[in-house]
Design a protein around this ligand. Structure first.
Ligand code: AMP
Length: 439
C-alpha cells in the first residue's frame, strides 16, 4: 500500500483519487531509497510505473522544502529523450501535485523559445525537459541550473542512443549543486551508459527490474520470412486485415519507410497513423490521442518517435524492419503483453534481416516461432545453411586449386553505401548502433 511508504498526505490523496493503491515493484523498491536521499540507478521499462517511482519521492522532498518556506527555485529537473515522454511526465506530475502548490513546466524542442522563457521566469518547482532545448535555455540564462537539487535522467540509455551524450554532460555539469541524481534506463545499456552512471552517480543503489529475460512471457514472438520489401508490405496488409488484435504498432527503422508504408496502407483503405520525428507537434499529439482513444487501430512509428509512449491495449507489434539491436527489440516488444495480457510480436525477415534476427534471438536466449501466411509464401525461407550461431553460413567461394585457372574478375568497386549496411530500400542502415537522433 502507498500509505506505508511515508509519503506526504497531499500526495497520498492524489494517488487515492487516481486509483493508485498498490505500488508496482519498481515503486516499492525505489521510493524508500530515494526518500533516504540515495542516488539511484534503476533499470526498468516503460509500463513498470517508473515515472511515479521517481516523481513521488521527489515531490515529497519538494513539499518538505515548501513547508519549510524555502525561497522559490527550480529544484527538480527531469531530463527525457522525447517530447512525448516529456508530455506524459508533465501530466503525471500535474496529477500527483494536484493538492499541492508545486508548479511544473516543460521545455521541449519544436515549441516557442520565448514562451518557454516566460514559463521559466515563473520559477516552476519541477521542470521536465528534452536535452537540446534545455541546454539552449541554460546558455541563454533563462534556466538557472545551479538551483537544481534533484536531477532525474529518465530513459538515459535512449538519450545516449539519440546522440544527446554531449548535451546531457553539459546539463549535468551545469547542475553543480545537485544533491541527488536518479538515472533510469529501460535496458542495462552499453559502455556510454556505464560511463555516465559512474561519473554522475555517487554511491548509488542499483535496482534491476524487468530485465530482458523476463520479457515476452506473455508475448508470442514470431518471424515471417519475406523475399522483398514489397512482399513485406503484402504480409503486413494480411496481418492487419486478418490477425485478431485491438491495437497494433508497426515499426520501421527510417522515417522514409514509415511514410511509404503509411501511403501504401492508406491507399489500401487501412486506418493507420504515422508517427516520426518529422511530424510537427500538433500532428504527433493528434496521432497519439486518436490511437490511444482507439480511433485508429494501427500506428506506424520509428523507434525514436515511439520511445517511452505508454499506450494501453497494444497487443500486436510488427517489426517491418528488424530493429538494429537487441535492446531496441526489447523496447518495441515491451509494448505488448503488459500486465500479463497476451501479446503478439511479429518480425518480417528478408535475407538482409536474417543475421540481425538471429543475433537478437541469441541475445534474448529465445527462439522465435516461424510462421507462414496462407497464400503468401515467398521464395525466401531463411538461409540454406546456418552456422552454430544461427547466422547464415558464408557463401564465399573456396580458392581455386588450379593455379592455371584464370583469376576471377575483381568485382566492380561498390559505391559508398555498401549493401551490407543498407537494406534493399536503400534507407535502413543495418549497423548495430546507428545514430538515431530524431527530434
Ligand atoms: P510508467 O511506467 O511510469 O510509464 O507507468 C505506466 C502506467 O501505469 C501509467 O499510466 C501510470 O499512470 C500507471 N501506474 C503507475 N503506477 C501505478 C500504480 N501503482 N497503480 C496504478 N497505476 C499505475
Amino acid at each position: 500500500m502507498f500509505a506505508q511508504l511515508n509519503l506526504n498526505e497531499r500526495l497520498l490523496r492524489a494517488l487515492e483519487e487516481n486509483a493508485f493503491v498498490e505500488p508496482t515493484p519498481v515503486q516499492q523498491e525505489a521510493i524508500p531509497v530515494i526518500l533516504a536521499g540515495r542516488d539511484l540507478r534503476a533499470t526498468a521499462q516503460t509500463g513498470s510505473g517508473k515515472t511515479a517511482a521517481f516523481l513521488l519521492p521527489v515531490l515529497h522532498q519538494l513539499l518538505a522544502l515548501e513547508e519549510a518556506s524555502a525561497a522559490p527555485a527550480t529544484r527538480a529537473l527531469v531530463l527525457v529523450p522525447t517530447r512525448e515522454l516529456a508530455r506524459q511526465i508533465l501530466e503525471e506530475v500535474e496529477r500527483f501535485a494536484r493538492y499541492t502548490f508545486l508548479q511544473s513546466a516543460m521545455v521541449i524542442g519544436g515549441e516557442g523559445f520565448k514562451e518557454q522563457s516566460a514559463l521559466l521566469r515563473k520559477i516552476p518547482d519541477i521542470l521536465i525537459a528534452t536535452p537540446g532545448r534545455l541546454l539552449e535555455h541554460i546558455q541563454a540564462g533563462s534556466m538557472l541550473a545551479g538551483e537544481v537539487r534533484w536531477l532525474i535522467l529518465d530513459e538515459a540509455d535512449r538519450m545516449l542512443d539519440m546522440g544527446f551524450a554531449e548535451d546531457m554532460q553539459a546539463i549535468i555539469s551545469a547542475c553543480v549543486n545537485r544533491q541527488q541524481t536518479l538515472l533510469f534506463s529501460a535496458t542495462t545499456g552499453g559502455r556510454a551508459l556505464r560511463e555516465i552512471a559512474q561519473s554522475v552517480l555517487r554511491n548509488p543503489e542499483h535496482l534491476m527490474l524487468n530485465p530482458v529475460s523476463q520479457l515476452g512471457e506473455t508475448t508470442r514472438q514470431q518471424i515471417i520470412t519475406a523475399e522483398s520489401p514489397t512482399h513485406k508490405e503484402r504480409l503486413l496488409a494480411w496481418l492487419l486485415a486478418n490477425e485478431n488484435y485491438r491495437k497494433a504498432m508497426v515499426f520501421t527503422n527510417t522515417r522514409a519507410q514509415a511514410d511509404q508504408l503509411y501511403g501504401r496502407l492508406r491507399a489500401g483503405d487501412y486506418r493507420v497513423f504515422v508517427l516520426h520525428g518529422e511530424k510537427d507537434q500538433q500532428e504527433r499529439k493528434q496521432a497519439l490521442e486518436r490511437f490511444s482513444q482507439g480511433g485508429e487501430r494501427v500506428l506506424i512509428a520509428t523507434d525514436v518517435a515511439a520511445r517511452g509512449l505508454d499506450i494501453e491495449g497494444v497487443d500486436m507489434v510488427v517489426n517491418f524492419d528488424m530493429p538494429r539491436s537487441g535492446d531496441e527489440y526489447v523496447h518495441r516488444i515491451g509494448r505488448t503483453g503488459r500486465g500479463g495480457e497476451d501479446g503478439l510480436a511479429i518480425s518480417l525477415i528478408t535475407h538482409l534481416d536474417w543475421n540481425l534476427m538471429s543475433s537478437i534471438q541469441r541475445y534474448l536466449k529465445q527462439e522465435f516461432e516461424k510462421r507462414v501466411l496462407p497464400g503468401l509464401k515467398g521464395n525466401y525461407h531463411g538461409p540454406k545453411k546456418v552456422k552454430s550461431s544461427g547466422k547464415a553460413a558464408g557463401t564465399k567461394k573456396k580458392k581455386s586449386a588450379n593455379k592455371n585457372a584464370k583469376p576471377a574478375r575483381k568485382p566492380a568497386r561498390r559505391p559508398a553505401a555498401s549493401p551490407l549496411l543498407v537494406s534493399e530500400d536503400g534507407h535502413a542502415p543495418l549497423r548495430r548502433r546507428a545514430p538515431a537522433r530524431e527530434r
